[in-house]
Design a protein around this ligand. Structure first.
Ligand code: ADP
Ligand code: MG
Length: 365
């Protein structure tokens, strides 16, 4: 399957055209096609081992391609039998284990990639980047005296110093506290925007992807399930794997009835349905926790509270319907129901997502 996302209005900085990458003749990623416009920020999202790093290394030029072509800024940089070396690609990289040089101070670290520049240009670039990352005045500090977050920002400045057209980031926030990660993802995004740099982030963390990316590639076992905005991944997942990997939710059985409508344990759920689901078709329906509203006054669906998780602004309830079907539901935390309470629900679907029954689709986690 080839999935493309072409946007002719914007110049594509990164084009992957039906790319296979692997090691010793064994393919690890298959038939990847996507286009990332200049100045945009993309993300490769998927579970560990699905091939994210392999694909990123191919974009950087550390691995060749076994099939297809990679073009950067209109130039063919990888095809079978030809791999333009990384240093000729105008690509910067930041890794998870971004070691700074311990014997160089901050200015020395940042200027490392621009040693060939004149002293004045180098100093100007260091000052400019320190201002951008919020660490003005740290030129003479040494890495050991900085916090993990500060070191991470220095590593970013070091990668940005030569003004690469494309910055590749491989799980750069994985070693940071989970509370910090989304904040720093937002921060790095703002820095790339300010520099006008196109970026690709590899992560297995959807919150990080959502905070960082304009467009996200969900990879499953070396294949591209969907290349789309976070909103569409959540509301219009292309397959079960995406439905399951991105966001929370449950999948419940249903049967198509007339007029774009599916009969389920929640009653009739309405919404546009593709023609391939004719009346009578057995399907599976994705129920997101925000597709259901807890409403004891107006709700007409009965359920029992099985468990709940406090998440600050809201609770995530696990509920059992009368026929035993379990679903998830978010509700504001001022509605404080307890386990085994009987509650009433109403439907609040904005998108109806159905999959063919029994089509297990790509492997689920
Ligand atoms: P991810 O970054 O999504 O965790 P990787 O791209 O690192 O995944 O790995 C994808 C697959 O390729 C895994 O099965 C991994 O074992 C294999 N792999 C990664 N690097 C190499 C290598 N240098 N040689 C052989 N196989 C590798
Ligand atoms: Mg990896």
């Amino acid at each position: 399957m080839t999935i493309t996302n072409r946007n002719p209005a914007a110049a594509a900085e990164v084009v992957l055209d039906d790319v296979d990458v692997g090691y010793s003749g064994q393919r690890v990623v298959h038939a990847i096609s996507l286009e990332l416009p200049r100045g945009q920020i993309g993300c490769l999202l998927g579970p560990s081992g699905c091939g994210k790093t392999t694909l990123l290394r191919a974009i950087a030029g550390f691995e060749g391609v076994m099939r297809g072509e990679i073009r950067l800024n209109g130039e063919s940089v990888s095809r079978p039998g030809f791999t333009l070396p990384p240093e000729r690609r105008s690509v910067g990289m930041v890794f998870q284990d971004f070691a700074l040089f311990p014997h160089l101070d901050v200015a020395g670290n940042i200027a490392f990639g621009v040693r060939g520049w004149s002293r004045g240009d180098r100093d100007r670039r260091v000052r400019e980047l320190l201002r951008l990352i919020g660490l003005s005045g740290y030129e003479r500090a040494y890495p050991h005296a900085l916090s993990g977050g500060q070191q991470q920002r220095i590593a970013l400045a070091r990668a940005l110093a030569p003004k690469p057209e494309l910055l590749l980031l491989d799980e750069p926030f994985s070693n940071m506290d989970i509370e910090l990660r989304t904040d720093i993802a937002h921060e790095v995004r703002a820095i790339l925007r300010a520099e006008g740099t196109t970026g690709i982030l590899v992560t297995h963390d959807q919150n990080e992807a959502f905070a960082f990316a304009d467009c996200i590639a969900v990879l499953n076992n070396g294949r591209l399930s969907q290349w789309d905005t976070a909103y569409h991944l959540y509301h219009r997942p292309a397959d079960r794997f995406v439905a399951d990997f991105v966001g929370e939710g449950t999948i419940i059985p249903g049967k198509v009835c007339e007029n774009n409508c599916v009969e389920t344990a929640l009653g009739k759920i309405r919404g546009p349905l593709s023609d391939r689901f004719g009346p009578g078709t057995a399907v599976d329906v994705l129920v997101r926790p925000d597709d259901i509203a807890l409403d004891n006054d107006r709700g007409d669906i009965k359920a029992e509270v099985l468990s709940k998780a406090f998440r600050g602004a809201d609770f995530l309830y696990t509920l059992r319907l009368q026929d035993g079907t379990e679903i998830l539901c978010v509700a504001p935390s001022h509605d404080n129901f307890v386990v085994s309470d009987h509650v009433r629900l109403r439907l609040n679907f904005s998108h109806l997502v159905v999959f063919p029954r029994g089509d297990s689709g790509p492997a689920r986690r």
